[in-house]
Design a binder for this molecule. Structure first.
Ligand code: SF4
Length: 266
């Protein structure tokens, strides 16, 4: 097992970059299914779904968008939409009046300035209604395959805990992370971090004792460190695999790959 990183431990820029790469590799093994969880078929649908996802779960957005996407297929359709009809559909996602304004405004701006198409640059995207850097990075990374690191409250919480970033300013954090992670990994790193936050590093009580990143995390100990107690906190479809990976990281794995808790020696 790697030496436990301690909170407040001094770390050179190079050591932090190396640690970030190790963390990304471990996350890739722990969450191979990490991906954008919003349903979409083209850049416009992803832009609309991402606007609707503010303060709302992806699951709820995915329940709402089929009716919306069936009725409004192009930027022209959104530009000409009746606000009350859009509001009635997007209401379950919350903040529906503002979201409707953004979606219709987006349609109008795309028709007026981009021939009805979603542009492929950060500079152009952030000028569109309802689209900030986070949404722009989601669109660039997932709809166009251009690397981006969307920073939201979950990304801030996780990367602060991991000691990869400092502060809460999303733009500053985006640039801090760009320095640490290889550009080709930006989009997938973001998905992996989000999955890790949902399944292991849960906001209120992180499952530290069942976390494959334990040795590389200065916040190890914020949640239970006992493997069995921590394992009960894990969520998602691959809990058994997460337990095995964490045991392997601790050096507790049997030859046949079975995770068994080693008796504490101290
Ligand atoms: S679960 Fe614990 S050890 Fe793992 S990343 Fe979160 S705070 Fe760090």
């Amino acid at each position: 097992m790697a030496r436990q990183l301690r909170r407040g431990e001094t770390e050179s820029a190079l050591a932090k970059r190396r640690r970030a790469r190790v963390i990304d590799r471990l996350l890739a093994a722990a969450h191979p299914d990490a991906e954008c969880e919003l349903d979409y078929a083209d850049p416009l649908q992803l832009a609309v779904a991402t606007i609707l996802s503010a303060q709302c779960t992806d699951v709820r957005v995915n329940l709402t968008t089929p009716a919306l996407f069936a009725k409004y297929r192009t930027a022209e359709d959104y530009a000409a939409a009746n606000p009350e009809e859009v509001e009635a559909i997007v209401r379950p996602t919350g903040f529906y009046r503002n979201k409707t304004k953004s979606i219709i405004g987006l349609g109008k701006a795309l028709v007026e300035h981009h021939d009805g198409k979603v542009p492929q640059s950060m500079e152009a995207l952030v000028k569109l209604p309802g689209i900030g850097r986070k949404t722009a990075n989601v669109i660039l990374g997932n709809a166009f395959g251009l690397p981006g690191i969307p920073v939201d409250t979950h990304m801030i919480r996780l990367t602060n805990r991991l000691g990869l970033t400092e502060g809460k300013d999303p733009v500053k954090l985006e640039f801090q992370l760009q320095e640490l992670i290889d550009e080709r990994e930006w989009t997938m790193f973001s998905h992996r971090i989000i999955f890790h936050g949902r399944r292991v590093c849960i906001a209120r009580k992180p499952a530290c004792g069942a976390c494959t990143l334990a040795a590389h995390c200065p916040s190890f100990g914020e949640g239970p460190t006992d493997p069995e107690e921590a394992a009960k906190l894990l969520r998602g479809s691959n809990v058994d695999e997460l337990v095995k990976l964490a045991a392997a990281a601790r050096g507790d794995t049997d030859e046949d790959g079975t995770a068994e808790r080693r008796e504490a020696t101290s």
